[in-house]
Ligand binder design. Structure first.
Ligand SMILES: NC(=O)c1ccc[n+]([C@@H]2O[C@H](COP(=O)([O-])OP(=O)(O)OC[C@H]3O[C@@H](n4cnc5c(N)ncnc54)[C@H](OP(=O)(O)O)[C@@H]3O)[C@@H](O)[C@H]2O)c1
Length: 264
């Protein structure tokens, strides 16, 4: 099996490069060898590699910055994704793509399911949803894995930020109005490899790939944290949540799972 991977130096891409290597011949690219902002580069890369599987771990991931760089976010998360999906279909390759809980508005009280209607609140979420929609309308063989709060030992993420700040400060004040399901990039990469190993069940439809619950994954866990608050150096940030920018949803109840949309 020949696998073409984009974004090999990102949090997830770095883990995927390791998890996918045993599956076959892996051609892993970064921005310098394949710039997704240049559609012609995508076309020639896919046509010269002729992959059986195309795995897209590259994305425009600067959530706040996307508000002022909407064209850039759309170019990488929607336009380039459409070109990748077209080229994967042309090569008869399976296209594996990653999306986000930001396609939802976070209003739901319980964990999101594949069939829930997306309603992104911010430019990043809109660009990721546009990418999903392009893949689905191109209608080749695809897997879209929606994840949330991805963390890894490298890169920029919530876990590393808190760890760094705990080294620098005696006490931290952190927003306490968001609920998320931290997802290990390593676990997501291994799950992706496992899906490829099992050759992905044929037929269209959606199913959920469950992950072990993360520490902050549920409201119950959040309550537990609140009870332990007095002893913890991490304190909730006592701000009026209505003053938060609208593009950050207040509740991010994705649940400790990865949502998988597929068509094989
Ligand atoms: N991080 C999260 O919390 C989170 C949550 C849910 C879903 N996701 C999704 O999971 C996937 C992986 O995210 P991640 O956390 O691994 O992101 P990341 O660490 O920010 O990595 C993104 C990668 O994309 C590359 N990239 C950006 N623009 C590019 C371009 N024009 N051409 C080629 N490569 C480009 C970056 O390269 P450079 O290093 O050169 O910039 C980087 O290596 C994304 O689809 C993301 O939307 C992430």
């Amino acid at each position: 099996m020949r696998i073409l991977l984009t974004g090999k130096n990102g949090q997830l891409g770095w883990e995927l490069a390791r998890a996918l290597a045993p599956l076959g011949e892996l051609i892993a690219s970064d921005r310098s060898s394949l710039d997704l902002a240049v559609p012609d580069q995508i076309v020639s890369a896919v046509r010269s590699v002729r992959p059986d599987v195309l795995v897209n771990a590259a994305a425009y991931t600067a959530v706040d910055q996307a508000e002022t760089e909407q064209d850039a976010a759309q170019a990488i998360n929607a336009v380039a994704v459409a070109v990748l999906a077209e080229e994967a279909k042309r090569a008869r390759a399976l296209f594996v793509h990653y999306s986000t809980d930001y396609v939802f508005d976070g209003i739901k009280d319980t964990a999101y399911l594949e069939e829930d209607l997306p309603n992104p609140l911010n430019a990043y979420g809109r660009s990721k949803l546009a990418g999903e929609q392009a893949i689905r309308s191109i209608d080749g063989h695809y897997l879209i894995l929606r994840s949330s709060w991805v963390y890894a030992a490298r890169g920029k993420n919530f876990l590393l930020t808190i760890r760094r700040m705990l080294r620098e400060k005696q006490e931290l004040h952190v927003v306490s109005d968001q609920i998320g399901a931290p997802t290990s990039a390593q676990a997501l990469a291994h799950a992706s490899a496992e899906l490829l190993r099992r050759h992905t069940p044929a037929g269209s439809g959606a199913s959920a790939l469950r992950f072990r619950r993360g520490r902050f994954a549920s409201k119950r866990a959040m309550r537990g944290c609140a009870e332990a608050e007095d002893a913890s150096p991490i304190k909730p940030w006592g701000i009026d949540i209505t003053s938060l920018p609208m593009h950050r949803s207040r509740s991010r109840a994705a649940g400790a799972r990865v949502l998988m949309l597929s068509h094989a």
